[in-house]
Ligand binder design. Structure first.
Ligand SMILES: Nc1ncnc2c1ncn2[C@@H]1O[C@H](COP(=O)(O)OP(=O)(O)OP(=O)(O)O)[C@@H](O)[C@H]1O
Ligand SMILES: [Mg+2]
Length: 241
């Protein structure tokens, strides 16, 4: 079956002000099936965020290609704006800091931001906002000010804003790392339910082994390369011994 996301020989180097290249990702070839929940682990600086930004087309590869649903979307050179728009609608990203992700002063307005940019009718926007807030358990906060929410609640609002775009995949880049234990648990439960009840493909970047153990599969990066990819069955059997 065609993988949902596939990278082939994906490499990326950051260029410094003197024009020197610093490799951050090297020759990464991975396949992520539709509906899989993948955890990405790795030390600081191992290239996890770089991989996420490449998949979301915030960065463009220095070498290699990215395919989504079998279609080539990203390769070295000038990217096509329409392709970027389509990829970002299909693959959403939630970042680390809950405070940097909310733009509006009312929760439901924030969630409406994405669907408004898709040019939907006000009725459709309303439906999507309500359904998205419901999905993350934040419907009763629709008219609240985000500034009154906890970190975990803000992350769930950020997730609702992405769900409202009806994406096929969400990338979480250490989205639980700044939260207290209750916030982490709520966000992880939200992620699991998106994966299990909607079949959404999830890429969860984390340093937390307990969170990684919830995934179907773990990919470990080290110094910009994939050093391990393990399915959960093997993983859990091995760790139970
Ligand atoms: N904007 C940038 N300019 C130059 N180098 C960068 C930039 N962003 C990241 N790097 C470098 O690229 C490498 C990979 O960084 P990346 O942020 O992808 O790692 P990471 O695995 O997400 O780390 P962390 O766990 O700290 O978030 C590191 O050596 C980092 O210093
Ligand atoms: Mg990172």
């Amino acid at each position: 079956m065609t993988p949902y996301i596939e990278t082939r020989g994906l490499s990326f180097s950051y260029e410094d002000t003197d024009g020197n290249l610093h490799p951050a990702l090297e020759d990464v070839s991975i396949e992520i099936p539709r509906g899989q929940f993948v955890a990405v682990l790795g030390h600081n600086g191992s290239g996890k965020s770089t991989l996420a930004k490449l998949i979301n087309m915030i960065l463009i590869p220095t070498k290699g290609e990215i395919y989504v649903d079998g279609q080539l979307v990203s390769s070295p050179g000038e990217p096509d704006e329409d392709v970027i728009f389509d990829v970002r609608r299909r693959i959403g990203m939630v970042h680390q800091n809950p405070d940097n992700q909310i733009v509006a002063s009312v929760v439901e307005e924030d969630v409406a931001f994405g669907p408004e940019n898709l040019g939907l009718s006000p009725d459709d926007i309303r439906l999507r906002v309500d359904a998205s807030l419901e999905a993350v358990g934040m419907r009763s906060y629709a008219t609240s000010s985000p500034s009154r929410l906890s970190g975990g609640q803000k992350q769930r609002v950020a997730i609702a804003g992405i769900i409202a775009m009806l994406p096929e995949c969400i990338i979480f880049d250490e989205s639980t790392s700044m939260l207290d234990p209750a916030g982490r648990r709520d966000v992880m439960n939200t992620i699991l339910s998106l994966n299990r009840s909607r079949g959404m493909t999830i890429i969860h970047i984390t340093h937390d082994m307990a969170e990684a153990a919830l995934a179907d599969r773990v990919i470990v990066l080290s110094d910009g390369r994939v050093t391990l990819t393990a399915r959960r069955t093997k993983f859990s059997r091995a760790s139970r011994r």
